[in-house]
Design a protein around this ligand. Structure first.
Ligand code: ME8
Length: 650
């Protein structure tokens, strides 16, 4: 019997960086949807993976002195390992360097070309490598900077194939109009409509100035072109199902939900449906764009050193608690600021006080009065009103999931817990027992167990490990059968003896992490198998490192473009060093005993460019200068001859 299908996707993550909590957020939401979808009996396929082509990746590999493929392999593995550790229930992890994917993209190119949607011309304009996006001059900030990320754009003029995006302006507007939920939240759909109404230009979809990408199909006979990375990347959603090769799983298409961050809405809500129309494929049911996680109100980024490592948080606070926090704390589509305090509040309050405590009360009651036995026989006789109230909440839940209102789903799911806690306070099993109303007390015990069981079924997609522990204690399994019985109908639990379990949410009194380490500190140990340094490999107490480890330090030539003294400091100079980036780096250097500000101005220096920013006397320092110091004093290490700023040192 074939049953309804649900295909759920995450964006495929760039391999220029390892996963931080933003990536984990997207993946955890998608995992929750996939788990709910399976629980409710849908034939579910959940896709995630990595986006490995393009100029940004090529440059990231180069700056680390690695071959692009090796580099992509390493970082892709860090994503996959993290999702495996997090027990993310993906069905396929796609890589855009997979041969089948590349064949599928080539096939798509041919189909679009045969449809007359692709033509050759010259692209002249600006390109932001960081966003892998073309921008018309009119959109640039100060005629140069990317309107999305603020980085400097490069001017490109090259032969390019174009996709006739302008042709799809009207069909796209019709799609948005006829499918009010095609983009969620709806406010985002309005943004997209306004953008498209402003007019669409044809899209350059090939590049010739680098070659780390999918080549054009042989039929095009144009080997110098590689595909634009977004065409390549977006196609993953169908090539994963066999598009262009064996079509094996194409019956999962169209996707039920394509989850993305708001940063990549335009690509998914405009380019992607236009490509699909050109290919004659149906459009996804929902493209759901979530908001941004910030840290202390600031966007997380490696250069700011404020990126939160999801593994570290999950290790300290528990994976399921972290999942719950992320999904409950922020309304879908809104931004959220990450703090340990907010996380601790959620754990102590919602999880500890409401859920964990209820389980403890059940264990206490059953043990004290019924030798651990839970019996549901008289629940409906005495507590039908409470059960009705619980089911009224449970019945409201499902739409929240696929409308991407997971915070409201959780809010509503907490109401049955309140019903249960209130019932204990109101009917007081100790009083019932004293008054000899044993049957009523037993029924109350059964009611509490039933509510906990029902809540744990519905909470399972968000907190799979904890809910499995609860269901084990309550002697039932969470699956489609129990979902049907306990949620869709009003079945209660069979009689059983409660298993004792340790408290699930011990109270947390103070932050468990003194400081949240920036993610990049751990990157490298995850990215590459760190060779064990054997005692024999050490010289004079200094551990030998491999060349890979050396290349983890980014050293660059820079020119000091501004130099001044740090007031009240005997040792520090405040320097602005141009290392070929958009803005000079501010470096606070402890060299004043040997160099004056004037000595340093307009000289060249060697800069450690990927050091976590630090504050010295309240001033941010975004790098370190190389120097040598012996008993005669300190001298700077400089290139022997002037070198272009930003030149890597190896
Ligand atoms: O854009 N808060 O990949 P990417 C919340 N390869 N979510 C965040 C976040 C933050 N601070 N930072 C990142 C790409 N994300 C392309 C996608 S799909 C065909 C190609 C999440 O590695 C968010 O989901 O830059 C965002 O859309 C995604 O990571 C971008 O990941």
């Amino acid at each position: 019997m074939s049953c309804e299908k649900a295909y759920i996707t995450t964006p495929i993550y760039y391999v220029n960086d390892i996963a931080h909590i933003g990536h984990a957020y997207t993946t955890i939401i998608a995992d929750t949807l996939a788990r709910y979808s399976r629980l409710s009996g849908l034939d579910t396929y959940f896709l995630t993976g990595t986006d490995e082509h393009g100029q940004k990746i090529e440059e990231a590999a180069k700056s680390r002195g690695k071959s692009t493929q090796n580099y992509a392999d390493e970082i892709s593995a860090t994503f996959k390992n993290l999702w495996d550790e997090f027990d993310i229930s993906y069905d396929k992890f796609i890589r855009t360097t997979d041969v089948d994917h590349m064949k599928g993209v080539q096939k798509a190119f041919c189909v679009m070309h045969d449809n007359g949607d692709i033509y050759k011309d010259t692209y002249k304009g600006h390109y932001c490598i960081s966003c892998e996006t073309f921008f018309p001059a009119i959109q640039l900030v100060d005629d140069e900077f990317c309107p999305e990320c603020g980085k400097s754009t490069t001017v490109v003029e090259e032969e390019s194939y174009f996709f006739k995006l302008s042709k799809y302006e009207k069909p796209l507007l019709d799609w948005y109009e006829n499918n009010p939920d095609c983009i969620l939240p709806r406010s985002k759909r309005n943004e997209v409509i306004r953008f498209v109404e402003g007019g669409l230009q044809d899209l350059s979809i090939t590049r010739t100035s680098f070659d780390w990408g999918v080549k054009l199909p042989k039929e095009m006979n144009d080997p110098k072109h590689v595909m634009y990375v977004w065409l390549d990347a977006l196609m993953n959603y169908v090539t994963a199902l066999g598009y262009g090769t064996d079509d094996k799983d194409m019956d999962y298409w169209p996707a039920r939900v394509q989850l993305i961050g708001k940063d990549i809405l335009r690509f998914h809500a405009i380019y992607w449906p236009a490509f699909l129309m050109s290919l004659g494929l149906p459009l996804p049911k929902h493209i759901a764009a979530h908001g941004w996680w910030t840290r202390d109100g600031e966007k997380m980024s490696k250069s700011k050193g404020n990126v939160v490592n999801p593994r570290e948080i999950a290790d300290a606070y528990g994976l399921d608690n972290f999942r719950y926090f992320m999904l409950r704390e922020v309304p879908f589509g809104g931004d959220g600021d990450f703090s340990q305090k907010a996380l601790i509040d959620r754990i102590n309050s919602d999880l500890g006080n409401d859920l964990g405590n209820l389980l403890n009360r059940l264990i206490g009651m059953s043990g004290k009065y019924f030798e651990g036995t839970v019996n549901s026989e008289y629940v409906t006789t005495y507590y039908q009103n409470e059960l009705d109230e619980v089911h009224a909440s449970l019945d409201k839940l499902e739409p929240f999931i696929f409308e991407m209102q997971i915070h409201r789903y959780l809010e509503e799911l907490w109401k049955p817990l309140t019903v249960a806690n209130k019932a204990i306070d109101r009917y007081q099993p100790w009083t019932l027992m004293k008054e000899g109303k044993e049957e009523e007390a037993m029924a109350l015990n059964g009611l509490i167990a039933a509510i906990l069981a029902k809540v744990s079924v519905m909470l399972y997609p968000v907190m799979p490990e904890i809910c499995t522990k609860i269901s084990n204690a309550l002697h039932f399994s969470i699956d489609n059968k129990s979902w049907k019985n306990m949620i869709k109908s009003t079945t209660l639990l069979n009689t059983f003896v409660l298993e004792k379990i340790d408290p699930l949410f011990p109270r947390i009194e103070k932050p468990l992490l003194e400081q949240i380490e920036p993610v990049d500190k751990k990157v490298e140990s995850n990215a590459s198998e760190k060779p064990e340094t054997k005692e024999s490999e050490k010289t004079k107490g200094v551990a030998l490192i491999g060349i890979d480890q050396f290349f983890q330090t980014s050293l660059k030539v820079g020119t000091v473009v501004k130099a001044e003294e740090v007031p009240k400091s005997k040792k520090l100079l405040l320097l602005q060093v141009d290392i070929g980036e958009e803005n000079p780096r501010q470096v606070v250097a402890g060299i004043k005993e040997w160099y004056s500000a004037e000595d340093m101005l307009n000289t060249q220096v060697c800069v450690v460019a990927n050091l976590k920013p630090a504050k010295l006397m309240g001033l941010k320092s975004e790098g370190m200068l190389l120097a040598a110091k012996d008993e005669n004093g300190l001298c700077m290490i400089r290139p022997e001859q002037p070198k272009t700023v930003g030149t890597p040192i190896s």
